[in-house]
Write a protein that binds this ligand. Sequence first.
Ligand code: NAP
Length: 258
Amino acid sequence: MHTTSGLDLDGRSALITGVSGAIGSLIASTFVERGARVAGTYRSREAAAEGALAAALPGRSTLFRAELDSAPSARELWRRVEEWHDMDTLVVNAAAMTHAPLAGDDTDAWDSSWERSFQVNVLGAATLMREAALSFSQRGFGSIIAISSWAAEQGSRLPDANAYAASKAALRNFGQTLARSYARDGVRVYVVAPGVVGGGMGTSGLSPDEIQAAADGLAMGHHVDPREVAELTAFLATDRCPSLTGSTIDLNGASYIR
Ligand SMILES: NC(=O)c1ccc[n+]([C@@H]2O[C@H](COP(=O)([O-])OP(=O)(O)OC[C@H]3O[C@@H](n4cnc5c(N)ncnc54)[C@H](OP(=O)(O)O)[C@@H]3O)[C@@H](O)[C@H]2O)c1
């Protein structure tokens, strides 16, 4: 077993997608703090992505702009990243939140919401995970951490987020297949299922009153802190509990208990 000391990620090389986002930026900065070499991706917010990796020592981080909405784009990203450095950790964090009314006749919104959610959250993400598993299995070691959502477990509480929730369930399910298939090859696959997070998709577009109303409806009375997602992801990347492979780890403050 390749363990690290404490929560130290020294010696790890991680590709983290979506480091320009609320959660991805904290995952990236936490990995950097713990000593990992980090390749990060962004789609449109370059300055935010640069900020996430700002504390990295020279030569220990790099950024790739990537639109991860197809299998070829995911394969191309993996190729470019491994040209930079061999990876042993992949964090699939980038995702698209889409909305479409369940009722009514807006079929354009329905079509584009389902296409976009499944292109980015399933096809791009699963292809990247497949590429990583192939590389990691050849080397006999590697961890893949997929950021799913509690919506994958219980459907979305927001009816318009129907495609997003279904796509996150598909991502979790693929992670389970990958975990089983590579369990003897040293490849671990973990799924993290955050509840409503205080930042990013969890609060974007909402007024302070709407954010407070959402918090009031949660068991702990407040959102999940995005730093907790980063902490949990960094812990999983240490590989200190490899028998967690295949698991979905809930992080929702008791608002949803299986
Ligand atoms: N926030 C929550 O309440 C919550 C709850 C449960 C699970 N999650 C999950 O946590 C993860 C991060 O969410 P977040 O709240 O941090 O979201 P966010 O702030 O909106 O960040 C999303 C990230 O994904 C990137 N991205 C979006 N579409 C992309 C595409 N087509 N190709 C490549 N990159 C793309 C964005 O890049 P640019 O910004 O550069 O365009 C950004 O870096 C997601 O997987 C989400 O499903 C979030």
